[in-house]
Design a protein around this ligand. Structure first.
Ligand code: PBG
Length: 325
């Protein structure tokens, strides 16, 4: 056969394949989400997320030592609060000395070089299990902003490097940016959950935090999975309001959204490889139905290929272990 173009020539040896590889994945791209809970000496596995644990602060610090020794440079912390700490106003989210704020301050003190990201939303602290303030069954945007603003300033004060508003209220990026700047925290970054979809893939995370909504769903604030153009509107708003990163969540079913934001905005795009995406690979690989390690790396590479620089992933530790050989 006379074939002038034979793409297989570029795949012939491992050296050539590596030489021309378009996308790379490195541990420095990864942010490891971790869960803290009240008590001491605790380490409890999340049933739907094999290998992922909720730690009390003392055991969390030991785990973070291991995580940073592996070369991971960023974590995102989420709190698990017992029911008796929750109320309609998420008061525990900004009260001085609370579990989460103490954990942030302690981690920052012990690991000053670790990039510490937070979660800004009401659900872990809310007796309604919603990300915003509820009145007569409705999520009230502007009252929610006031609570989220107090939470953001408290987290900045505790030593957070990057705030992660995951609440999807309108106007929250600009509102928080204004408060942070006024309070002297102009160096604290905001990674906006820009296009956060109302997704089935958050199920295992809600198990981890016991934070499922007590009524209804989150469709009046999280986006409709059918919409892509709406993500550009959200992105433009977050960009104009001062976000430092634009995040897409979940990642795998929304690679087109990651790509669209990457093509249209010149600030770093991030993606959240969420709990359900982790659980699917774990479940299949535990059954011997899939090669979990290869599937993990392939998925993360595809998220990078779509245009994400930073990836929040529960696989961060495993990736670091694989890469360290
Ligand atoms: C809520 C929040 C959620 C996640 C991060 N922050 C879940 C939700 O919106 O119900 C999900 C993360 C994951 O599934 O890994 N503020």
């Amino acid at each position: 056969m006379h074939l002038p173009r034979r793409p297989r020539r570029n795949r012939r040896t491992a050296a050539i394949r590596e030489m021309i590889q378009e996308t790379t994945l490195s541990v420095s791209n990864l942010i490891f989400p971790m869960f803290v809970l009240e008590g001491t000496g605790l380490k409890s596995e999340v049933k739907s997320m094999p290998g992922i644990y909720r730690f009390s602060l003392d055991t969390l610090l030991e785990e973070i030592k291991e995580v940073t020794d592996l070369g991971i440079k960023a974590i995102c912390l989420f709190p698990n609060y017992s029911e008796d700490k929750k109320d309609k106003h998420a008061s525990e989210s900004h009260r001085e000395g609370t579990l989460y704020l103490t954990a942030l301050a302690t981690i920052k003190d012990k690991f000053p070089d670790l990039t510490l990201m937070t979660d800004v939303a009401m659900d872990p602290y809310s007796s309604d299990g919603h990300d915003g303030y509820v009145e007569n069954g409705e999520i009230i945007n502007d009252i929610s902003l006031e609570i989220l603003g107090r939470m953001a300033v408290a987290q900045a004060k505790a030593g957070a490097d990057i705030l992660g508003p995951s609440d999807m209220m309108d106007g929250r990026i600009g509102y928080m940016r204004g408060l942070l700047d006024a309070e002297g925290y102009s160096n604290v970054s905001i990674m906006a959950y820009t296009a956060k979809y109302a997704s089935a893939y958050y199920g295992p995370f809600r198990d981890a935090l016991d934070s499922a909504p007590r009524f209804g769903d989150k469709k009046t604030y999280q986006m409709n999975p059918a919409n892509a153009r709406e993500a550009l509107v959200e992105a433009q708003l977050d960009f104009d309001e001062g976000a430092d990163f634009l995040m897409v969540k979940p990642a795998l079913a929304y690679l087109d959204i990651i790509k669209a934001l990457h093509d249209n905005f010149d600030i770093p795009i991030a993606a959240y490889n969420v709990s359900g995406e982790y659980a699917m690979i774990k479940a299949a690989s535990q059954n011997g139905w899939i090669d979990g390690e290869r599937a993990m790396l392939e998925n993360l590479m595809s998220i990078r290929r779509a245009g994400a620089r930073a990836i929040l992933t529960y696989f961060a530790k495993e990736v670091a272990q694989v890469m360290n050989g």
